[in-house]
Design a protein around this ligand. Sequence first.
Ligand code: NI
Length: 177
Amino acid sequence: MPLEVLQFPDPRLERKSEPVEDVDDELRELAREMIQVMYDEPGIGLAAPQVDRPIRMVVMDTDWSEEGQDKNPVVMLNPEIVSRDGKIVWEEGCLSVPDFSAEVERAGHVVVKYQNLEGEEITEDVTGLRAVCFQHEIDHLDGILFIDRISRLRRSLYVKRRKKQLRLEEEPASLGS
Ligand code: NI
């Protein structure tokens, strides 16, 4: 069955995910499927809890764009930010937050540590979009969405709009009558 990307306000997006202990074939297959979903959607990052697997795994490809051909997906297990400094404001969107984007302030420079599927410990020192993406995806593992990091007013306007949209989807018959 193809993976389904959960969408706000699905409460499963608010769960805190568990560390990955073992790499087995099932996990490798999940990583492959998540990469496919990321490219299909399209997106530049996807966290396992977004596809209803509450484990600390993220796939990311910040070099890729819809037009570009170079694909360089990275699978990260148990990623954590070991240091952060500076400041960056980036217009963010999310596959789990339909029809919305907003400027979010985050650390402009982070050092991130994670394991890959081969069990190696990787450290990345990143800025710009890649720093933003790491922080956004690691937030997913802790049940946090980017709309939790914008002003309360902007968030509540989005929530209102989203709920209205969902109501309309539920009652298609009321539209034409
Ligand atoms: Ni996201």
